[in-house]
Design a protein around this ligand. Structure first.
Ligand SMILES: C[S@@+](CC[C@H](N)C(=O)[O-])C[C@H]1O[C@@H](n2cnc3c(N)ncnc32)[C@H](O)[C@@H]1O
Length: 240
C-alpha cells in the first residue's frame, strides 16, 4: 500500500508494466527526440508548487489532466480539439507514451506534456485548484480484494484529486468493471467535494460527444462488456 511517507509525500506505487514490446525504430527515434522537451520533471519541485503554465510555450487557458492515458488516442483527440488548453498526461508505460507522441507529431499538436511515472507523485506536486478537467478512463480495475489498494481511484488518492481540481471542474471516470464502478460511485458520492452529474441512466450508459473512444473501451465492447461513463463536478470550496 502506498500512503504518505514520513514527510507526507506519496510513494511511487506502480504495478503494471512500464515497458512493452520494443517500439518500432521510427517510433523509438521520435520518443527519444521529443520526450526531453515534453516531459514533466519533478526534480526539485516542492509539494504543490509545479509551475504548470510554464510547461507550455504559450500560457494555456486551463490545465486538463489525463491519468493513465495509455496509447494516447483520447488525449490526442482532446488536445487537437482544444489547442487553447494545456494537457498533462500521467502515463508510466513507455510504449504508450511513444505511441501518443506519434499521434501528436502526426497531427502537429503542441499542447501536451507527459509525466512518465506514477500519477500520485504528480498529484502531490500540482498546486491546489489548478486542474480544470481530469480524465481517468478505464484504470486498471484490480478486481481481487487484496489488490484494491492498488486502484488509482481510492480512498488514499481522492483527497489529492479533490485538492488539485478547480472549483466546478469536471472529473470523468470510465470503467467496464462493475465492481470498480460501484467502488468509484460509493467513494465519490460519499465525498462532499464531488457531485455526480448524472440525472438518469442514459447519462452514465452513453458516452458524451466530446469523449472519444479509448483503446480499452473498444476492447471491452468487443468482449461484450458495457462500460459506465461517470462525470462528477468538483463542488466549489467554501468561501474563507
Ligand atoms: C487499462 S489501461 C487504460 C488506458 C487508456 N486510458 C484506455 O482507456 O485505453 C490503464 C493505464 O493506466 C496506466 N497506469 C497504471 N498505473 C498508473 C499510475 N499509477 N499512474 C498513471 N497511470 C497509470 C497504465 O500504464 C495503463 O496505460
Amino acid at each position: 500500500m502506498s500512503g504518505p511517507d514520513d514527510a507526507g509525500a506519496p510513494r511511487r506505487m506502480l504495478h503494471g508494466r512500464r515497458r512493452g514490446k520494443p517500439m518500432r525504430p521510427t517510433r523509438q527515434a521520435a520518443f527519444e527526440r521529443r520526450l526531453p522537451e515534453l516531459r514533466v520533471d519533478l526534480d526539485g519541485v516542492a509539494p504543490g508548487t509545479l509551475d504548470t503554465a510554464g510547461l507550455f510555450a504559450h500560457a494555456p487557458s486551463g490545465i486538463w489532466l489525463e491519468i493513465g492515458a495509455g496509447n494516447g488516442e483520447h488525449l490526442a483527440w482532446q488536445a487537437a480539439h482544444r489547442p487553447d488548453v494545456g494537457f498533462i498526461a500521467a502515463e508510466p508505460y513507455l510504449a504508450g507514451v511513444g505511441r501518443a507522441i506519434g499521434y501528436l507529431e502526426a497531427a502537429g499538436t503542441a499542447n501536451v506534456r507527459f509525466f512518465v511515472d506514477d500519477a500520485r507523485l504528480l498529484l502531490a506536486a500540482l498546486p491546489e485548484g489548478v486542474v480544470a478537467r481530469m480524465f481517468i478512463l478505464f484504470p486498471d480495475p484490480w478486481p481481487k480484494a487484496r489488490h484494491h489498494k492498488r486502484r488509482i481511484v481510492a480512498p488514499s488518492t481522492l483527497p489529492a484529486i479533490a485538492r488539485v481540481l478547480a472549483d466546478e471542474a469536471e472529473l470523468r471516470l470510465a470503467t467496464d468493471d462493475m465492481g470498480y464502478c460501484r467502488w468509484m460511485l460509493a467513494l465519490l458520492t460519499g465525498d462532499a467535494a464531488f457531485e455526480w452529474c448524472a440525472r438518469g441512466p442514459e447519462d452514465w450508459r452513453r458516452r458524451p460527444e466530446d469523449w472519444p473512444q479509448t483503446r480499452y473501451e473498444e476492447k471491452a465492447l468487443a468482449a461484450g462488456r458495457r462500460p459506465a461513463y461517470l462525470r462528477f463536478r468538483r463542488r466549489a470550496r467554501a468561501a474563507a
